[in-house]
Design a protein around this ligand. Structure first.
Ligand SMILES: Cc1cc2nc3c(=O)[nH]c(=O)nc-3n(C[C@H](O)[C@H](O)[C@H](O)COP(=O)(O)O)c2cc1C
Length: 222
C-alpha cells in the first residue's frame, strides 16, 4: 500500500511539474509573456463610460489582473484590423506610439503584434516613477501605470513639422481609449502630464528618439 501511495505521489508531482512547464512555455514565446485574448463585448455602454470617467487619485490595495492589463493595452494600441491597423487612429498609419506598463513585478514593453509583454526592468519601480512625476503619490499607489511614449520621427519623416501635432493628437486618442476601457472594467484612472521627461526616459531606458508623453495610473478607486 505504501509503495502504491509513494508511486502515486511521484506521478502526481511529475504531472504537476510537466503541466507547469507546458504552461510556462505556452505563456512565454521569444521572451514575450503572452497576454490573455482581449474581450470584444462588454457590459457597459460607451455612453456610460464617458459619463462615469473621472480622474481618481486614491487607489485601494486590490491588485489588477493580467486579463485587465491585457484589455487596457489592447484598448491603447491593440491590433484591431487587417494590415496591423490598431485600436487608436494614426496619421497615415505611421504608428509612432510605444506603450509600457510599470507594475510591482517590473517594467514591461507592450508588443501589439504579439499582444504580449517584454520585460525591460525587473522589480517594483513605481516609487521611482512617482519621484519622476514630481512626487504625485497616486503613481506609486496605483497597481499599474501605463506610460505612452512617441517616436516623432516616424510621423515627421512623412509629414514634416505637422507630424508633431499629429503625434500629440494620436497620444490623446490612445489615452482616452485606456480611460474609457478602465471604466468599462470597473477600474479608475487619471491622466498624468506633469513629470520629468528625462527621469522617465532613463527609468524606461528610452533612446533619444523616443519621448515619454502621457502616464496613466490605473487601479480600483478607494
Ligand atoms: C493633458 C493632461 C494632463 C494632466 N496632468 C495631470 C497630472 O499631472 N496630475 C493630475 O493629478 N491630474 C492631471 N490631469 C487631470 C486633470 O486635472 C483632470 O482631467 C481635470 O481636473 C478634470 O477632471 P476629470 O478628469 O475628473 O474630468 C491632466 C489632464 C490632462 C488632460
Amino acid at each position: 500500500m505504501k509503495i502504491i501511495k509513494a508511486t502515486l505521489s511521484i506521478l502526481f508531482v511529475f504531472l504537476f511539474l510537466s503541466n507547469s512547464i507546458i504552461y510556462a512555455e505556452d505563456q512565454m514565446e521569444k521572451g514575450i509573456v503572452k497576454l490573455p485574448k482581449p474581450i470584444l463585448k462588454g457590459t457597459v455602454s460607451v455612453e456610460e463610460t464617458i459619463e462615469k470617467r473621472r480622474s481618481v487619485r486614491r487607489y485601494s490595495k486590490k491588485d489588477i489582473t493580467l486579463k485587465e492589463v491585457s484589455q487596457l493595452l489592447w484598448a491603447a494600441q491593440g491590433i484591431t484590423g487587417g494590415s496591423g491597423l490598431r485600436a487608436a487612429p494614426s496619421a497615415g498609419a505611421t504608428y509612432p506610439l510605444e506603450v509600457y506598463v510599470v507594475k510591482k513585478d517590473g517594467i514591461f514593453h507592450y508588443s501589439p503584434q504579439d499582444h504580449g509583454l517584454r520585460l525591460i526592468v525587473q522589480g517594483d519601480k513605481r516609487e521611482k516613477l512617482k519621484d519622476a512625476c514630481w512626487g504625485q503619490g497616486f503613481v506609486a499607489q496605483a497597481p499599474l501605470d501605463i506610460v505612452i511614449s512617441a517616436v516623432y520621427d516616424r510621423v515627421t519623416s512623412r509629414y514634416g513639422e505637422r507630424g508633431i501635432r499629429y503625434t500629440d493628437i494620436e497620444v490623446g486618442h490612445a489615452a482616452e481609449n485606456v480611460h474609457l476601457q478602465a471604466v468599462a472594467l470597473g477600474l479608475d484612472s487619471v491622466p498624468v502630464g506633469a513629470f520629468k521627461d528625462d527621469e522617465v526616459s532613463t527609468l524606461l531606458g528610452l533612446s533619444k528618439e523616443e519621448k515619454p508623453i502621457y502616464i496613466i495610473p490605473v487601479g480600483y478607486g478607494e
